[in-house]
Write a protein that binds this ligand. Sequence first.
Ligand code: MG
Length: 389
Amino acid sequence: MNLAPYACDPAQTRGRRHAESPAPTRTDFQRDRDRIVHSTAFRRLVYKTQVFLNHEGDLFRTRLTHSLEVAQLGRSIARALQLNEDLVEAIALAHDLGHTPFGHAGQDALNACMAEHGGFEHNLQSLRVVDSLEERYPQFDGLNLTFETREGILKHCSRSNAEQLEAQEPQGIGQRFLNRTQPSLEAQLCNLADEIAYNAHDIDDGVRSGLITLAQLQDIPLFDGFRREALQAHPVLANSGRRLLFETIRRMLSAQVYDVIAATQAALDKAQPETVDEVRAAAPLLCFSQAMRQQSLALKQFLLHQLYRHPKVMDTTRQARQVITELFALYAQTPQEMQAGFAAQAQATQTGVEATQVKLRVVADYIAGMTDRFASREHERLTGQKLLT
Ligand code: MG
C-alpha cells in the first residue's frame, strides 16, 4: 500500500488501550478490521433496520449491507488519495455497530428513555460495543482496537459525553470534541462515504418500496442530470424503469466518488499537511466540491421529506417507538427478564442513585444490541402484543 505522508500509518499507531504484541503478518489496522468482522455485534447488523424494517422485504438494505457499501466506497476513494484502505474498511464496518433495532426510530426512543440518565447516542454506543460490550478475549473486555479505528468510530459526541471520555482516557478520543479539531482523513472519509452510500441506496430502496417514484426524482438535479445522461447514452433504457434507475444511481455514485477525490486533492494541495497530526489540526480536508455539496443536500432534503417522513414509514416508526419504550420500562422494572449476564449486571449494585444509573445503562445496552426481530419477539413475550413481526 502506497501511503501519503498525511495518511494513517499502522507503524505509527497511537496504539491499543491494552498492550498486545504485533501480529506476524497483519498490520494493526488489518487486525482491527478482522476483529470487527468476527464480532457478535457485526453479525447482528444483518437483522437491523436501515430505513425499511427487516421483515418488509428481503432486498432492502440492512445495516450490514449498508456498512459493506460504505466500506466499498471508502476503499475506492482511499486508494485514489493514498490513504489507508485497511483503516477505512475497519471504521466503515464498525461505524453502525451501536445502532438500536428499528433504525432511527429505535435510537430516538431509547434516547428519550435515557434522557434523565445520560441519554443514548448511537455513535457513542458503537464505541461502547468495541470498547467494552463485546466479550471475546481473556485479557480484556471489548475488541481492544487501535486509537485510530476508535477515533473514526466516534463520529459525533456531545460535550458532556466527551468530558466523561476525557476523564476516563486523558488525551484520548474524546479530546477532539473539546478542542474542536478534526479526526484523521480516513475517519473524515468514512463520514462522507456513509452519506454517499445512504443517499444512493435509499433512492433504490425507496423506489423498490413504491414510496417514492422515478417521476418525483426528476425534480432532484443530482438524480435527473444522470438520468438524462443515461437515457442519452442508452435510449433503450426508456423502456426499463429498473435498469434506468440502476444506471442513474451508478453514474451518480461514480460522479460523487470522483468529485470527492478531486475536491479533496485540491484541498490537500493547498493545505499541504505533512503528518496526520497536521490533518487533525487543519480545517476539514475531505470534502465534496461546493456544487456537489449543494446537490447532495438537496437530495438529502428530498429523502427526508418524501421517504423518511412518508406516512407508511412514520407508521412503523410509531410502532418501533412503542416496542422500545415498553421494553425499556419492563426491563427497568424486572431486570431478571433480560438474559442472565445483563440481569446480573443490572442487579449488581443494590441501592441508591448509582444503582439506578447502572441498571438503566445495562437495560439500554441490552436493548441497543437487539436485532429487529428479537426486539419484536421479546415485546410479544412480555406484553402479548404482536407488533412489527
Ligand atoms: Mg451509516
